[in-house]
Ligand binder design. Structure first.
Ligand SMILES: Nc1ncnc2c1ncn2[C@@H]1O[C@H](COP(=O)(O)OP(=O)(O)OP(=O)(O)O)[C@@H](O)[C@H]1O
Length: 198
């Protein structure tokens, strides 16, 4: 299985081109880093690959086909700010079960405590909330995970716990990971290949 962007071009409205002629591919089981200076378009590229936005030029292909237009997406995106990724009026149990139903063992692997399930998002810390967003993105139908500064805001221990769990799951299920980060050291530690948006 292969996720690829071919000849991607994107700009916001009539603004300047953010990305042009970008080719990128991630294979199943591969952990690839994406680094580059701030504002270069890393998050934009992640959003295109996850199908959140449509490229103005080029195409995104999953095994040679367009991403499915509806239903649970096999390409999941987790970004830096979990509070922007959840419905503030839903309790965590409902948020977690939006795409699939992680069982207790799965929740425990990501350090999600049972007593958090009945809380609202604002009643959790950023790290606690991000654990839910990661769990939600790792349903059985997920083939690729795009982790866009997924643990940047978190302390070192939480960062390590989340990555430990994600890497275990990725290995077990041969997921492809695209790790978007400012932190060159994190990318070098996790990834077998690094793409630099210069
Ligand atoms: N919704 C938007 N409307 C207009 N311009 C945008 C929008 N989102 C991003 N941009 C611009 O697109 C460019 C690329 O942004 P993007 O967030 O993809 O970069 P990045 O490489 O991920 O940056 P960072 O490392 O700082 O997160 C930036 O110049 C940004 O200002």
């Amino acid at each position: 299985m292969r996720l690829e962007g071919i000849g991607l071009g994107y700009r916001y409205g009539r603004g300047p081109w953010i990305l042009r002629n970008v080719d990128i591919a991630v294979e199943a089981g591969e952990i690839v880093g994406l680094i580059g200076p701030s504002g270069r378009g890393k998050s934009t590229l992640g959003r295109l690959l996850a199908g959140y936005d449509k490229p103005e030029e080029g195409v995104v292909r999953l095994n040679g086909k367009p991403l499915p237009a509806e239903g649970y997406s096999p390409v999941q995106l987790v970004f830096q700010h979990p509070e922007k990724a959840v419905n503030p009026r839903m309790r965590m149990r409902g948020i977690l079960n939006e795409g699939w139903k992680p069982d207790r063992a799965f929740r425990a692997s990501l350090g999600i405590a049972d007593e958090w399930l009945d809380r609202f998002p604002h009643e959790l810390s950023g790290g606690e909330l991000q654990r839910f967003c990661v769990a939600r993105a790792l349903g059985p139908a997920t083939r690729f995970l795009i982790a866009d500064e997924m643990t940047t805001m978190l302390d070192a221990i939480t960062q390590a716990q989340i990555w430990h769990a994600v890497l275990d799951i990725a290995r077990e299920r041969r997921l492809g990971l695209l790790v978007v980060s400012h932190e060159r050291s994190l990318v070098q530690r996790l990834c077998s290949r690094v793409i630099e948006l210069a």
